[in-house]
Write a protein that binds this ligand. Structure first.
Ligand SMILES: Nc1ncnc2c1ncn2[C@@H]1O[C@H](COP(=O)(O)OP(=O)(O)OP(=O)(O)O)[C@@H](O)[C@H]1O
Ligand SMILES: [Mg+2]
Length: 646
């Protein structure tokens, strides 16, 4: 039956309500104590709850031994991958590990539990998204027990009088800290005549929308910095009825009140006046917040999170009067992603979550991501930026017949500030969006996105030298890189049984190179004739990657001993085994079909046979590479115009 027809809203709602009432609790403080005795973890403090929330779903440990990626990137640190952040955050392991480390030591009651966790990084690097994840995580945690009627949903254990705390603490096996808020204190005396065991306790869920355990402080108008946003205010209408120091006049509805037990987030934190920041610091350091009017300070237990961009941080840091605040901040830098494969995942995620339904030609996101990363990389003497990008992505880069011998680790060490500047994720998303709206066939391709990025850069407010640099990446570096990707792809689609041809070329090369190195002869498979190694064949392959005649001997030796070492380890050898040789073989294959490709791309002069070949190639690109008929035609035309021009 159709699922939609059989769906019954009433059953769903009732089922949900039943499940929720089971988990819910409503009773007296005495009953709460019994529950607490059985499950002491429900009495945990905010940092500890947050830490458990992150780690409970599990994590896996990656190191060079079990991760090819870490080996390739020569990352020596052990990386923990937390399921809590999985699928939403990419290339952020270091940041996430630092955040978890903060929560861990804070959960143990260390100094960090009395410090602000502060994220700093360029726009669009994912700071807000990390905060959102923590908040939505809290919303999904189990309900917490609170004093019923308390505006700060405070921990019921605050009801226990001081002289009994030690004993309670021992029986329950948990530490008890914090005092009643002025409103609950008043009710205890006034309503319950000190019989705290009868005080009502209930459970609530964390909720962003109802400001339950989650408080958010947006940057405030500097001319109107009223601390009521943080700590609530006095209800003026009630001042007629009650005395000024009567807790009944208090409206404890500030961000700290709301965020008690959970977290308080300060957006663009340093845009706020120092007075605000002092309240923030007292709340972390002393775990106390001021009460509006004349009441005493109020106990606060929550994680304080803040974020801003680097310019604000620098400005703030430069002011010496802020030293006390700086000392109470755990700073975590959130740089842009510099690893191509991870950057690509970001856009796939964003696009996957949107209503975007256009077809996307292969390499579209890749080219866009290459641009964003190129703008973020710091130039080095050791290589050009595209090479750096590839090395940072764990790719093997061939230069003059050899793997590039540059040490990635050293590259990284020489550019510690890398990733704090450049093009943001939002720029890339906007360019992709523009390319879609400009496109005709509900299909976008790298050519259109590159065009959109070029226009976008031209419109941006940028210093001239930077604009020139960015346009250089788009109009030169990426133009060439994309064409070289296309060339490989089209050749593969064009050459029937590409793989076999490559393998046979490889075996041939290896036979002759081996014979050459060992000064032996090659036996012809068919005629069994003993032949001299075919140097012409060897050179025709080596030349593809610029190996000079004088370097050829060395190259042949390297190839043979490399293959020998593989065979000795019982590893299968194939044309991709040795990256430089793979590159040479692919280039050789490309060169051999170049003439053909030219004919194929010339629509008007094709004969019947050529037309058939063309159609097979298009079909291969559609079936195997993920093109649609429109983008396939577009890229072939583009390749024809740029690659195989006479
Ligand atoms: N490393 C990353 N992994 C996954 N998504 C990311 C990453 N970096 C950025 N994003 C995505 O990019 C978009 C912009 O990020 P976000 O709004 O969190 O940035 P921000 O650092 O808060 O920027 P701003 O300083 O402008 O507020 C979001 O959709 C976010 O999910
Ligand atoms: Mg943000």
């Amino acid at each position: 039956m159709n699922k939609k027809v059989s769906f019954n809203f009433k059953t769903l709602i009732e089922k949900d309500r039943k499940e929720h009432t089971v988990k819910r609790f409503s009773g007296t403080f005495l009953e709460y104590l019994e529950i607490l005795k059985k499950t002491p973890e429900i009495g945990e403090l905010a940092h500890s709850r947050a830490y458990n929330m992150i780690t409970k779903p599990g994590f896996r440990v990656e190191n060079q031994e079990n991760s090819l990626r870490l080996r390739k990137l020569r990352i020596r640190e052990v990386v923990r991958k937390f399921n809590f952040f999985e699928n939403d955050f990419f290339g952020m392991d270091k940041v996430i590990n630092q955040i978890v480390r903060y929560f861990k030591s804070a959960s143990l009651g260390g100094e960090e539990s009395r410090q602000v966790l502060y994220l700093v990084g360029p726009v669009g690097a994912g700071k807000s998204s990390l905060m959102e994840r923590l908040k939505s995580g809290l919303e999904a945690t189990k309900p917490i027990h609170v004093i019923d009627g308390c505006p700060m949903h405070e921990e019921p254990l605050h009801l226990i009088p001081n002289h009994l705390r030690e004993e309670f603490s021992q029986v329950l096996g948990i530490s008890i800290e914090g005092d009643l808020c002025p409103i609950c204190r008043f009710r205890l005396k006034d309503e319950f005549k000190g019989h705290y065991e009868n005080f009502p306790v209930k459970t609530i869920n964390f909720s962003i929308r109802s400001r339950c355990g989650i408080g958010v402080v947006p940057p405030v108008d500097p001319n109107n910095q009223d601390t009521s946003v943080l700590i609530g205010s006095e209800d003026i209408s009630k001042l007629d009825i009650y005395a000024e120091d009567d807790p009944r006049v208090l409206s404890l509805n500030g961000a700290f009140n709301a965020g008690n037990r959970g977290l308080v987030e300060f957006i663009e934190v340093f845009k706020n006046e120092t007075e605000y920041l002092h309240a923030m610091i007292t709340a972390t350091q002393e775990k106390l917040i001021p009460s509006p009017g004349r009441n005493s300070m109020i106990y606060f237990d929550g994680v304080i999170l803040a974020h801003s961009n680097e310019a604000e941080w620098e400005k703030f840091k430069a002011d010496h009067t802020n030293e006390a605040i700086l000392d109470r901040i755990v700073k975590v830098e959130v740089p842009y992603v510099l690893e191509l494969d991870e950057e690509v995942k970001i856009y796939k995620k964003i696009i996957g979550k949107s209503r975007f339904d256009a077809h996307m030609a292969p390499h579209t996101i890749e080219i866009a991501s290459m641009f964003s990363i190129l703008t973020r990389l710091q130039p080095t003497q050791k290589c050009d930026l595209l090479t750096k990008l590839k090395l940072y992505n764990g790719e093997e880069v061939i230069e003059k017949g050899y793997n590039h011998k540059i040490d990635v680790e050293e590259l990284r060490e020489n550019a510690v500030r890398e990733g704090m500047k450049g093009i943001s994720t939002r720029f890339i998303m906007k360019s992709i969006d523009n390319a879609i709206s400009e496109g005709e066939h509900n299909c976008i391709n790298p050519i259109a996105v590159r065009e959109a990025m070029i226009n976008h850069v031209k419109e941006m407010h940028l210093p001239d030298d930077i604009r020139k640099r960015y346009l250089g990446f788009l109009q030169d570096t990426l133009h060439k890189e994309y064409l070289s990707m296309l060339e490989k792809e089209i050749t593969k689609a064009f050459v029937h049984s590409y793989q076999e041809q490559a393998e046979s070329l490889f075996m041939n090369y290896l036979d002759h190179a081996e014979a050459y190195v060992n000064r032996r002869k090659v036996t012809d498979v068919n005629t069994k004739e003993e032949l001299e190694p075919d140097e012409k064949l060897l050179r025709s392959i080596e030349e593809q990657i610029g190996i000079t005649a004088s370097a050829a001997d060395g190259f042949r030796q390297d190839v043979t001993s490399y293959m020998f070492s593989l065979t000795r380890r019982n590893e299968k050898i194939h044309y991709k085994s040795y990256a430089p040789l793979k590159e040479a073989i692919e280039k050789k294959l490309m060169a051999s079909v170049r003439d053909l490709s030219r004919i194929v791309t010339k629509t008007k002069t094709r004969d019947k046979e050529q037309n058939e070949k063309y159609d097979v190639m298009v079909q291969t690109m559609i079936d195997q590479n993920g093109y649609c008929p429109f983008c396939c035609e577009t890229v072939l035309k583009y390749a024809g115009n740029n690659l195989w021009k006479d």
